[in-house]
Design a protein around this ligand. Structure first.
Ligand code: BJW
Ligand code: ZN
Length: 260
């Protein structure tokens, strides 16, 4: 064991059938994508509600669109890190595995993870708020670049917005239902790189625990749910996750030999 010293954690992993993971901005920090809150956060100078809301987009379209385009540029240049890759490995080890992310950067998919539940959408997708026309990243980029005011408009005249979930907006129903189900069905629930401040994603760890799951938090800092987790692995996910997944592998292999 490299990182797991806790007997209860090892016992729980030995008999785990379902593993669910909730990730947040922290898992992409080591890919060079800024987190939202805290000293290193995107939002130290302005409140989240000022930027990530439909009202902000509608009344300050150019500023909000520029902000998203700037973030798209960062994401375009970034690569999945060892944390994303470790979760892809974990998926291959566990029969019933669910990966739930609040991130809109698509890095889990680029690391090879299959069927990722994207609670807050994806920044590369865009659509018209009037006629719902979808725009591919290339189509959107062309419209954005051709418009000197940076107010992207559909051919119907409607504003084009990113396919992300802003404050006060409902999460995609199928995604949140699948996430609730994954939390309920899990035996182990990993909470990685999220402040667990934003609902309803922040309800998932509690729901998992109420249904008997063992909660492991991976984060260099304490969060809103640290007091309810069973095990805190303090550190960055790019370092901790590969070690944890190695331990999972070892425990599961040992268990197979034992049960044979
Ligand atoms: C590392 C690390 C390393 C660093 N390794 N870790 C009171 C008033 C008004 C509203 C509410 C209220 N109470 C609750 C609400 C609801 C509201 C809400 O939660 N508000 C909070 C402010 C309290 N929620 C909503 O409005 C949601 N919708 C909703 O509830 O709908 C109801 C409804 C029903 C029916 C009809 C209509 C409505 C929607 C929430 C949408 C959130 N959207 C955003 C923006 C997405 C688009 C974009 O990216 O621009 O999602 S906000 C932002 O926060 C983003 C993130 O996904 C989300 C979570 O942030 P995350 O990932 O936790 O990041 P950070 O920065 O907070 O934390 C990073 C962590 O990483 C830290 O802990 C670091 O320590 C750690 N870290 N380096 C590991 N290397
Ligand atoms: Zn349109």
């Amino acid at each position: 064991m490299k990182i797991l010293k806790d007997d209860e954690a090892i016992r729980r992993i030995k008999c785990a059938k379902g593993v669910a993971v909730l990730t947040g901005a922290g898992i992409s920090a080591e890919s060079g994508i800024p987190i939202f809150r805290g000293e290193e956060g995107l939002w130290t100078k302005m409140s989240p509600e000022e930027m990530a809301s439909f009202e902000a987009f509608y009344h300050n379209t150019a500023i909000v669109s520029e902000w998203y385009q700037h973030r798209r540029d960062i994401i375009d240049k970034s690569e999945p890190n060892s944390g994303h890759k470790a979760l892809k490995m974990l998926e291959g080890l566990v029969g019933d595995f669910s990966l739930i992310t609040q991130n809109i950067d698509g890095l889990h998919q680029r690391a090879g993870s299959g069927s990722v539940i994207e609670l807050h959408g994806n920044i590369m997708e865009n659509y018209c708020i009037k006629c719902n026309q979808q725009y591919s990243p290339q189509e959107f980029d062309e419209i954005y670049q051709q418009n000197p005011e940076h107010i992207p408009r559909c051919y119907c005249g409607g504003l084009i917005r990113p396919n992300v979930v802003w404050f006060g907006e409902q999460l995609p129903v199928e995604c949140i239902e699948n996430a609730y189900q994954a939390a309920i069905n899990s035996d182990i629930f990993l909470v990685v790189g999220t402040s667990a401040y934003v609902a309803p994603a922040s309800d998932l760890p509690r729901l998992a625990k109420q249904n008997g799951s063992y909660l492991i938090e991976i984060n260099p800092n304490k969060t809103a749910i640290s007091h309810i987790v069973d095990l805190r692995l303090e550190g960055s996910s790019g370092v901790v996750l590969p070690l944890l997944v190695d331990d999972f592998k070892e425990i599961m292999l040992e268990n197979k030999q034992f049960t044979r």
